[in-house]
Design a protein around this ligand. Structure first.
Ligand code: FES
Length: 159
């Protein structure tokens, strides 16, 4: 999978086609942004403005929603997104140490993408797997009951 950073017309067309399938647009902003992030890989200003115009809402409103939900990102994610749960259960079971190990292995901070485009780190609130705390997801794969010394091995799988 390559990093999806290009803002091609085809992608805007795909987003527009999706928006046309939504009968009542009011209140569907999150759904549309979710789709937009799926298409573009992230939500840069240009895409936010486009969505605002099409949905007939202000760009400030779109920006507010994008900034509020940790799921949304304004920067392109890496080929492998390492999403760490920073919710309460994971936190009390040592998510901070896990995060330190991830930062050490990748050389990046939460919200950043490595220079080679390989990795990004995303901080999430509870992902609904508290029984497995602390939890990390790499792309769609879930890793639970982690200890800091397991992180290197996991990340090496994606290098
Ligand atoms: S707090 Fe991490 S899965 Fe619930």
């Amino acid at each position: 999978m390559s990093v999806k950073t290009d803002l091609t017309e085809t992608k805007f067309n795909e987003l527009e086609a999706y928006m046309e399938t939504i009968p009542v647009k009011k209140g569907e902003l999150i759904r549309v942004l979710h789709k937009a992030q799926g298409i573009f890989g992230y939500l840069p200003e240009e895409v936010q403005k486009y969505v605002a115009k099409k949905m007939n809402v202000s760009t400030a409103k779109v920006f507010g929603v994008v900034s509020f939900y940790s799921y949304f990102t304004m920067k392109p994610k890496g080929e492998h997104d390492i999403a760490i749960c920073l919710g309460t259960a994971c936190y009390v079971r040592g998510a901070e140490k896990i995060l330190d190990a991830i930062k050490r292995e990748t050389g990046i901070e939460v919200g950043e993408t490595s220079a080679d485009g390989k990795f990004s780190i995303t901080g999430l609130r509870c992902v609904g797997a508290c029984g497995l705390a602390p939890v990390v997801m790499v792309n769609d794969k879930v890793y639970g009951r982690l200890t800091a010394d397991m992180i290197k091995g996991i990340i090496d799988n994606y290098r």
